[in-house]
Every structure is written in C-alpha cells, then in structure tokens.
Design a protein around this ligand. Structure first.
Ligand code: ARG
Length: 641
C-alpha cells in the first residue's frame, strides 16, 4: 500500500530497513509497532520462540525509567533459569537503529528505543500526518454504538448526565480515530408516567410562547409546579384519612393521560411529540458547545411494542418469567444469578418498565445496525440495572450480548453555583464561562490582546470542566471545585490550553513555513549541539563547563520528549481497551510537562536558522499532538488566551 511505501522510503533515508510485520501490527501509523516488530524479529532469531508469542508479550510501559517496552520472559514460555537468560539475551540483542539499550531486570527485559531515530522519525511523521497522527485502522470497518448522555425530558440534567456526555463524547471520538464506524446515540428518558404529569401541568401552567423560547427550562418549571400540587393533594387526602380520587385527582388525570399515550391516542401523542421535538432542538445546540453531534436521538419512547412483545415471548419460552399478582418479573435468584435479585418487567396494567424498554431497545439496535460492539455510558448507580439487562439478554440466547460494554463512573459532589443548584447543561457551561472571564480580566494587559474574550472564556471554561472530569479513574467520585479547575496552575484544563497557546505563540514569533519545518535536520547534533561543536568554539574553561552542562540537559530532555511523543498512538489504543479518558489526560500532562522543561533549555528564537527550524519543528510536533489529544477529549484548543 501507499503508506507502507512511504514508510519504507522514510526509513531508507535514516539507513534503516523495515522489519517484517507481525499480523495486526501497524508500523505505518505507530512507531512503537515498528519497534515491536524489530524486537520480535530479533528475539525470535535468538530464542527460536514463535513471533506470534513474542509480539503480544511486549508490554506497554508508562514509566519511562523502566524502558519503552517491557518483556516478562515467563510470558514467552522459555524454560530454564530466566534470570540468567534475561542477562544473556540482553547481551546478545543486536542494538542499533531502532533499539539502543536492553536492560535485564530479574526475569524482565527492558527495551529502550533509539532516541535519535525517534526524534527524526516521529517529528516528521507528526508534521506530515497532522490531525491524523495517533489514528490507526484497528477497527477495520467494524461498527460500535456509543449510547451516552441520555437525559430525561422535563427533569434536571444532573451530574450523571454530564459525566456520561463527557466520557461518551470522548469514547466516540476515540473509536472513530481507531478506524471504527461510530454511531453516537442519545437514549432520551422521554416516556413514562411523568409525561402524563407534564401534560396535565402544561394545561394548567404552560405557555406556548415560553415553550418555544426555552423548552427545557419551561418544561422543568411546569413539572416542578405540578408535582407540588400533587404533593399537596396527597397530604390533604392523608390528613383526612382519604385516598386520592383515581379519576379527578391530578395524579389520576396524569395516569389516564399516559395510558392514552400508550394506547396511541393521537391528541395525547401530539402534545408529547411537541415537548420532545422542542427539547431535542435545544439539546442539539448545547451539545454542539461540547463538540458533540449525535447520529441518533432515540429514547425510551422509540422502542416498538412489537419488539417488546417479542422479548416477553422469548422470556416466557426460556422460562425466565415469574408471575406475581398479575405483574411479571424475572427472578434472577431462581435462575441461578444470586446477586441480581428480582426485577419487574411488566406491571399488572400491562405497561412496560425501564428494563423492558432496554431489552427491546438493544434487540432493535442489533437488528438495525448489526453492531460489533455497543457501549453504554451510564453512572455506576445503575450497575445493577445494567447487569440485570445484560444478563437477561444473554440468557435469552442472544449470542451478541457479549458485545455489550457498560462504561460506568462515580458521582460528582457539590455541583452548584453561587446562584444555586445547576440543573441544566447550559447553566453549568454559562456559570463556568463567566467565572473564567472574571479570571481573565484580572490580567488586563493580556486580556486586551485576546480577540474574542467571550469565546475564549467559553472554550477554556469548558476544558476546565472536562479535564476535571476525566483526570482520575472514572469510577472515582470527585468534588466539583470551581476555583481549582479554573486555575492555570496545576493539572487543569486551562493549563493545557495555556500550553497550547504558548506553543502557538512560539510558532507565530518564529514564523517558519511548514515546508521548511518538514525538511528540518532533526539530528541530535543539530537540535541540541554536540561536544565536538563546543570544543571547536575555543571557549574558556568556565564557559565550556557551563555550556557542556547545558548540552547534557538539552540532550536528556529532548530524548525524553521524543519518547513521550512516540507513545501517543499506543496511548490511544490502551485507552480504547480500558475505556479510561484519564489515560489520555495523564498522557497530555506528561507531554506538556516535558515540553515545558525542554523549552526552558532549548530556546528557539535567537538561534542560527538551521537550529531554530529544527527546534521549532520539534515543538510544532508537540503542539500538533497536544491539539490532537485535546480534540480527542472533546476540547477545542485556543490560539491565544
Ligand atoms: N435516562 C436514564 C437516566 O437518566 C439513563 C439511561 C441510560 N441508558 C440506558 N440504556 N438505560 O437515568
């Protein structure tokens, strides 16, 4: 293929030959795979172990001190004294273009990539492939449905929805980058008795005009008012020792209205449809602020009765159903699944429930999309529900139930503003934006240089919310810290934005055309200099001492930076396996920290042109990777701030 030819060409320029490719390795898009292939080839020659055993045993290494790749010898099934073998293999391993150090560590071998090669190869790879750097055709046309956000119409958009939105948006981007066909789906809570309540409430308190202007807020207000009325009626009845009138009470009316909806009554459905359509229109705009665009707005209402009836039929056939006073339930305990308890699948009046709709929806989606994987991004509060319905699907005989993945996450504590509790996504984003604007105004000199401060405050504010959310393992709870997340010190969204705008500013002041950057001489001698060059300068002993110290630090930092840069594609792959946004966030902080300490010793402006261009090429590549990573997370990098 074309990309393979380019790879061979590029390697030739560095006097390297392409090692044979192990199946499922992607040396064209991932330098680490290239090195994996080389190590595999050499080790197979040395040990006689089959390449298909060695390759997958080469482990990813996040701690640079331990090498770039790690091989636990027990994993390649060698017999004998493994500690001795490690020493022997490290000694015999052919070093050179790809690998320049192998260290035996007990039964482990640590491989260190040749940083001269990395610096040269990766920088140019990034600068040529730009936004594509990091992507790989791993998905090979397979499709994945990512269901995320899924708020409930007329109810608050709470922290659970916020996290689902952020994490789901990221996972969708990630899978797309890795060559999957991604279907982004929002499964709205748009069905159930609450719509009866809402309809009655709208008759009493609703305003068509307000509904048009801000449907989400208005429906919520109506819902709150009518629920208060219901509560009052209940309390009044209780005080008198009576029960609510099933026909004339608000609760009764609501029940009847929802029954009409379930029976397909046109007038009832028309009102519900209007609530739904207007809410979706509004959601589209809000999600766009987070760079999210759904392929499908589905919802609990969209699950067809036919499919649900079919689900019931199969549940009966498989003897998974127990009857209890006219209602139907699955008793998992009886079915040998002790921890899953019991769950109602049909009420005595014949109406469906949350789990029934989920069973139907999954079945329908499988028929329609033939997905290879389906990811549900749902709070860990619903762990039991999700386990129940995944297990039920499996017990019903759906072989594809194994392709369902629950990506869960912990809670957010204290998500409120000075003005009170935030209930909608827009409110959260507005609150963060105005706080960010305040912070920016504190530095009036800088503030004056920002072209569109509102826009920048919005983007930086959003990045603060997102990074705070994706920073730690998703299962952890976290405290919503308004001041902490907006600070540009410490590992925050604004810090990443700041690093990006700083890199942009270096590019602006150096002002070198891209074509020249791509042709830069990326040898370590040019980027950092060399002892020989220093000697040739005839410096005083003191000067020489000082400059050679600096050189040492330049070399060390540059090499480390190159290694970090090279590990970006692997980081994506790793994140696609553990579904952890924090894998990417941690990487981006590592990248920016390494950039900033390298930049301290490697100045760009004021150097000879050739050196300046090479250093700028290096930092431009860093900027590109940072850009790619931020975009992957759903963040828009800013040019200035
Ligand atoms: N709308 C639900 C809620 O707010 C979340 C839906 C999760 N997805 C699902 N397929 N059950 O609690």
């Amino acid at each position: 293929t074309g990309s393979m030819n380019t790879l061979i060409e590029n390697l030739k320029k560095l006097d390297l030959t392409l090692p044979p490719s192990v199946p499922d390795s992607y040396p064209e898009s991932n330098t680490v795979d290239l090195c994996r292939n080389y190590i595999t080839e050499q080790l197979s020659n040395l040990t006689g172990v089959d390449k298909s055993i060695i390759y997958p045993a080469l482990e990813w290494c996040t701690v640079l001190e331990k090498g770039d790749l790690l091989l636990p010898l027990p994993r390649i099934r060698l017999k004998g004294n493994l500690d001795e073998m490690a020493i022997d293999l490290a000694y015999k391993f052919p070093l050179g273009g790809y690998i320049d150090r192998v260290v035996p560590q007990g039964k482990f071998l640590q491989f260190y990539f040749n940083t001269k090669f990395l610096l040269n190869y990766v920088t140019k790879d990034v600068l040529t492939r730009t936004t594509d750097f990091g992507s790989a055709p791993l998905g090979d046309g397979k499709s994945v449905i990512v269901e995320f956000s899924s708020p409930n119409i007329a109810k608050p958009f709470h922290a659970g929805h916020l996290r689902s939105t952020i994490i789901g948006g990221f996972l969708s981007n990630l899978y797309e980058k890795l060559g999957w066909k991604v279907i982004r789906m929002n499964y709205l809570g748009d069905w159930g008795k609450q719509f009866g309540v809402l309809a009655v409430g709208f008759n009493k308190y609703g305003s068509e005009a307000e509904l048009e202007v801000n449907p989400i807020q208005h429906l919520f207000d109506v819902y709150v008012k009518i629920n208060n009325d219901i509560k009052e009626q209940q309390e009044a009845a209780e005080a008198k020792g009576e029960t609510l009138d099933p026909i004339t009470s608000i609760d009764g009316e609501a029940r009847q209205f929802f029954k009409k909806m379930e029976d397909g009554d046109e007038a009832a459905l028309k009102l519900w449809e209007k609530f739904r359509t207007l809410s979706i229109e509004r959601y589209i705009g809000t999600y766009a602020r987070l760079n999210i665009k759904y392929d499908v707005y589905s919802g609990e209402s969209q699950v067809s009765n036919d499919v649900m009836q079919n689900v019931s039929k199969i549940l009966e056939e498989k003897k998974m159903i127990t009857e209890d006073r006219g209602a139907l339930l699955i008793d998992f305990k009886q079915l040998g699944q002790k921890k899953l308890g019991k769950v109602l699948v049909q009420k005595s009046d014949g109406t469906s429930l949350y789990i029934t709709r989920d069973l139907g929806a999954a079945t329908e989606r499988h028929e329609q999309y033939h997905f290879d994987k389906m990811i549900y991004v749902v709070a860990s509060q619903q762990d039991l529900h999700i386990k129940q319905f995944f297990t039920a699907l499996d017990m019903m005989g759906n072989e594809w139930a194994k392709d369902l993945v629950h990506v869960n996450f912990g809670m957010v504590l204290g998500m409120s503003t000075r003005k009170g509790t935030v209930v909608f996504l827009d409110d959260i984003l507005e609150a963060v934006k105005s706080k960010m604007l305040e912070i920016m105004q504190q530095n009036s000199e800088k503030f004056a240089q920002v072209e569109d401060p509102e826009k920048v405050a919005d983007l930086v504010g959003i990045s603060a919310v997102m990074i705070q959310d994706m920073q730690a393992k998703r299962i952890n709870n976290y405290e919503f810290g308004w001041d902490r997340m907006l600070s540009s010190e410490g590992d925050t969204g604004p810090y990443l934005q700041y690093a990006h705008s700083r890199l942009r500013s270096i590019q602006r002041s150096a002002n070198v055309p891209d074509e020249e950057l791509i042709k830069a001489d990326m040898s370590l001698e040019n980027v950092c200099g060399s002892i020989e060059k220093l000697k040739a300068q005839n410096l005083s002993e003191e000067e020489f001492e000082k400059k050679s110290k600096l050189l040492e630090s330049q070399l060390e930092k540059t090499k480390t930076l190159a290694r970090v840069m090279a590990s970006y594609p692997d980081t994506l792959r790793y994140a696609s396996k553990n579904y952890e946004p924090s894998t990417i966030v941690t990487y981006l902080f590592k990248l920016t920290h390494n950039f900033s300490s390298t930049y301290k010793v490697l100045r760009v402006i004021g150097e000879d042109r050739e050196v300046m261009v090479a250093r700028l090429a290096l930092f431009s590549a860093v900027r590109q990777i940072l850009h790619n990573g931020m975009t992957l997370l759903g963040i828009t990098p800013v040019e200035r701030m």
